[in-house]
Design a protein around this ligand. Structure first.
Ligand code: PHE
Ligand code: ZN
Length: 869
């Protein structure tokens, strides 16, 4: 027994052991240590007797020895459980409780394990496992919350069908799968599809349904419902429609049919993440499901539709085929993000979707990949998997699949996916399984391509162009900088989509894909009269940083004429980056090439409004900081902010004569619809309004605020007013009007943080967090203030370190109740080494203070440890 116990490496001991670092590092687990489960589960039967302080969970689990196992050690995960009784094949047993679970001696043959435990959902502030929100019970099990519900082999490669009985007087009782029986005070559910415990879900509450139906391609009827509190009943219909669109799209694009009689979605106001794909019972953060024109912006509508699609698509990519272990997380997340990106692009236009996704990739993932938190798309070790729900796993994971799609082409991609579903349905798979499917379906050797999963860091690609005698020669070089634990990098397979334009802007070579897989490689194109202009990395064909020596005139030409909309936008961004860098470093005036190009673009009615709005928007201050760091500069947040403000003022003056006309042309008379046409007009209306406000003292913004009948225009007007230091009366009126709507009040908090003048940010933060309405234990509310600070970098980086301290104080406080949300936000400090020595020392001091705070969680400890390493 002693040996058995030692094998389980109780967390506490590892945690206490001093390591070479000053801060103790919790125990890591390694991909290389994977072993198959000792016992498989044939069937699970759960009974819940719900009570806020003392819920009883009775589990009856059929175990069988796993023929593929390396050992017969029986271990069940369990945390924060009070064990009432346990039995094996009906005989009471006394299991040995160890840190993180229990062990017992069991027969070397199939057996039935029964246990009864008690838990206190009302005390569960971490929102992980079974918890309560607004009087309703709900669960969050991914990745390791199920072990807070009952003793179980809580790992994704153990899959089983579930029968669940819920006992409660609450009117609505839901679980996974299909409803079996409903009686006074109880309900029974059956989920026939074997699933890992992380997909378990239960909901009990006083809820109302927005109902709908869907008939699948083989003619099966599915009942759909979106469940909300009665007060939110009017905000559920858009989500229901989005679900129907998702179901149809997955049939048409991937041939994937739904596989249960019902599909339920529940809106929960206390939720750590966006949403969760539990089998047949998706649980959503209210922010990712509720939408009405009066309360949600166009971007909110698009987010709701995208998240509904994402969670629905998980039914095949995640649930039917799940992950063998958590190192494979991107197997389901990268693929499902790619699928939801395709879906949104198909429905609303690919260029705008692509641009928005790349903006997110640049700010979230490139930053992560360039700092101490950089990790592989498939990590090789971690302390807490919950720290790996990152831009790299999600967004870079999706980029990797997008590259595969481009390299093999859409037809072969479709064949590979068909094979994937055929071969791996019902299994817990790995990245190797995924790549093998592509190798088998296409005959392509993916050995080198696999490095995208095994190498962290953003590759840098430089381009040298030479033209002589009708021949264009492009020399491409790739280099991936070192990342933690990976000093040396190997060359990657980089698909570079390229087109060529002549000096008049006519396309003379349509898009081709270059397969760039050497450290240095030349590509030649011939048959020209004049030097062509290259449009490189069209559609952002690879997640790399492209460094090319374009002239500003070439960029202006691409912006005006490229056939690739993404690269038109990108050319505008490059021009803006250049001018911003010159303004910061040399105090240069803004480039007139840039200003004139923006004017021409803005007046070009052939460009649809959404695209014009995106092109008109400057790169973020974070983008400028990354860009300067890349050029070997120490970014000065104040100087960056000043340059951004100055450039916006210059734009406002330069475009002063034309802005009102564009703004007027963007007014929508028709009743509100979140569709792309209208949304694009509102995006351009708001973008032009922001500039107009800089010269008209907010007159137009006040007028827009006064007459707006939807949240997009209301918030756009309010943002414009706040950004010029006005809007106080509107802000107060807004708070009164929306006092009962938490999601809208979250926006009210967030907007004030984003728009605060950097030097006033700390005051603002103190004021906001002192309000009664700052319900800091609610993740959405906490994030509306604390996570929004990074959208105001000059405020965050106040040279006296006061905001660093403020953030650290709140992270320590939240960590004691909700480690998941706290450790997510701690990544705000990950760029600390980029800054001047003064700021570095101040940030470092705060990260160390968090690390040493008494009782800090494993999650937070891992994050700060990695940032300091
Ligand atoms: N699996 C969820 C998704 O991507 C995200 C999630 C992770 C939600 C962990 C909650 C907890 O769709
Ligand atoms: Zn997901």
């Amino acid at each position: 027994l002693a040996a058995k116990l030692a094998a389980f490496r109780p967390d506490k001991e590892a945690w206490m052991q001093p390591t070479h670092a000053t801060i103790p590092q919790p125990q890591k687990i390694y991909l290389a240590d994977y072993t198959p489960p000792a016992y498989l589960v044939r069937h699970v039967e759960l009974t819940f007797r719900l009570a806020p302080k003392a819920t009883r969970v009775i589990a009856r689990i059929q175990f069988a020895p796993n023929p593929a196992a390396h050992s017969r050690d029986f271990f069940l995960h369990g945390e924060k459980l009070k064990l009432i009784r346990a039995s094996i094949d009906g005989t009471p047993v006394q299991p040995v409780l160890v840190d993180g679970g229990l062990t017992a001696s069991v027969p070397d043959a199939p057996f039935v394990w029964e246990s009864e435990v008690e838990i206190a959902p009302i005390e569960n502030t971490a929102l992980d496992g079974l918890y309560m929100s607004n009087g309703m019970y709900c669960t969050q099990c991914e990745p390791e919350g199920f072990r807070r519900i009952t003793y179980y082999p809580d790992r994704p490669d153990v899959m089983a069908p579930f029968d669940v009985r819920i006992e409660s007087d609450l009117p609505i009782l839901l679980s996974n799968g299909n409803p079996v029986e409903r009686g006074a005070g109880y309900a029974v559910w059956h989920d026939p599809w074997p699933k890992p415990s992380y997909l378990f879900a239960l909901v009990a509450g006083d809820l109302v349904a927005e109902r709908g139906a869907f008939t699948t391609m083989s003619g099966k009827d599915v009942s759909l419902a979106v469940w909300t509190r009665a007060a939110d009943a009017d905000k559920a219909s858009f989500a229901l429609g989005a679900l129907q669109r998702s179901m149809l799209w997955d049939e048409q694009a991937y041939g994937r049919e739904y596989d249960l009689d019902v599909f339920n979605i529940v809106a929960v106001s206390d939720f750590n993440s966006g949403a969760m794909e539990n089998k047949g019972l998706n649980i959503f953060n209210t922010a990712a499901v509720l939408a009405s024109p009066a309360t949600a912006t166009d971007m909110d509508f698009q987010r709701v539709e995208g998240v509904i699609a994402h969670e629905y698509f998980h039914n095949w990519t995640g649930n039917r085929i799940t992950c063998r272990d958590w190192f494979q997380l991107s197997l389901k997340e990268g693929l499902t993000v790619f699928r939801d990106q395709q879906f949104t692009g198909d429905l609303h236009g690919h260029a705008v979707k692509r641009i928005r996704d790349v903006i997110k990739l640049h700010t979230r993932q490139f930053r992560e990949d360039g700092g101490p938190l950089a990790h592989n798309v498939r990590p090789e070790s971690f302390v807490e998997i919950s720290n790996f729900y990152t831009g790299t796993i999600y967004e870079k994971g999706a980029e990797v699949i997008r590259m595969l799609h481009r390299l093999v082409g859409p037809v072969a991609y479709g064949e590979a996916l068909d094979l994937y579903f055929d071969r791996l349905d019902g299994q817990a798979a790995t990245i190797e399984d995924w790549l093998q499917v592509f190798q088998d379906a296409t005959g392509r050797d993916l050995t080198q391509f696999k490095r995208w999963y095994q190498q962290a860091g953003t590759p840098q690609v430089s381009v040298v162009k030479e033209y002589a005698d009708g021949i264009l020669k492009l020399t491409l070089r790739q280099h991936t900088p070192p990342t933690p634990g990976q000093p040396d990098k190997l060359p990657l397979v980089i698909p570079v989509a390229i087109g060529l334009l002549d000096s008049e802007g006519r396309e003379i070579l349509a898009t081709q894909v270059l397969e760039f897989n050497q450290p240095e490689q030349c590509f030649t194109f011939s048959g020209f009269d004049d030097a062509p202009i290259a449009s490189l990395l069209r559609g952002f064909s690879a997640p790399v940083i492209l460094r090319q020596e374009n002239t500003s005139e070439e960029l202006a030409l691409l912006l005006a004429h490229d056939t690739d909309s993404f690269n038109r936008w990108d050319a505008g961004q490059q021009l803006a980056r250049r001018t911003l860098a010159a303004m910061v470093i040399d105090n240069a005036p803004p480039s007139s090439t840039y200003l004139n190009a923006m004017q021409a673009m803005l007046m070009n009615e052939a460009l649809y409004p959404a695209l014009r709005a995106l092109i008109l928007s400057l790169p973020s201050e974070e983008d400028t900081a990354q860009n300067l760091a890349l050029a070997g500069q120490i970014p000065d947040p104040d100087a960056i902010h000043a340059a951004h403000e100055a450039l916006k003022n210059h734009l406002a003056e330069h475009l002063e004569a034309v802005l009102p006309g564009v703004y007027a042309a963007m007014q929508v008379d028709a009743p509100y619809s979140p569709e792309a046409d209208q949304a694009g007009k509102r995006a351009l209306a708001n973008a032009t309004l922001a500039l107009i406000s800089r010269t008209d003292h907010g007159q137009a913004a006040e007028a827009q605020y006064a007459k707006a009948d939807n949240m997009t225009l209301t918030l756009g007007a309010l943002a414009s007013l706040l950004s010029i230091g006005r809007g106080n009366s509107q802000l107060a009126a807004f708070a009164t009007h929306w006092a009962d709507d938490k999601l809208v009040i979250d926006k009210w908090f967030a907007l004030q943080v984003t728009e605060a003048a950097p030097r006033r940010l700390l005051n603002m933060l103190n004021r906001l967090t002192a309000l009664d309405t700052f319900d800091w234990q609610n993740p959405n509310r906490f994030r509306s203030v604390l996570a929004t600070i990074s959208a105001n970098p000059a405020g965050f980086h106040q040279a006296d370190g006061s905001v660093y301290r403020f953030v650290a104080d709140w992270l320590i406080r939240l960590d004691s109740v909700n480690p998941w949300t706290a450790s997510r936000i701690s990544a705000a400090f990950d760029g600390w080494r980029r800054y001047d020595t003064g700021r570095q020392a101040l940030m470092r001091a705060q990260i160390e203070r968090i690390a040493k705070a008494p009782g800090i969680s494993r999650e937070m400890s891992e994050m700060v440890g990695r940032m300091l390493a």
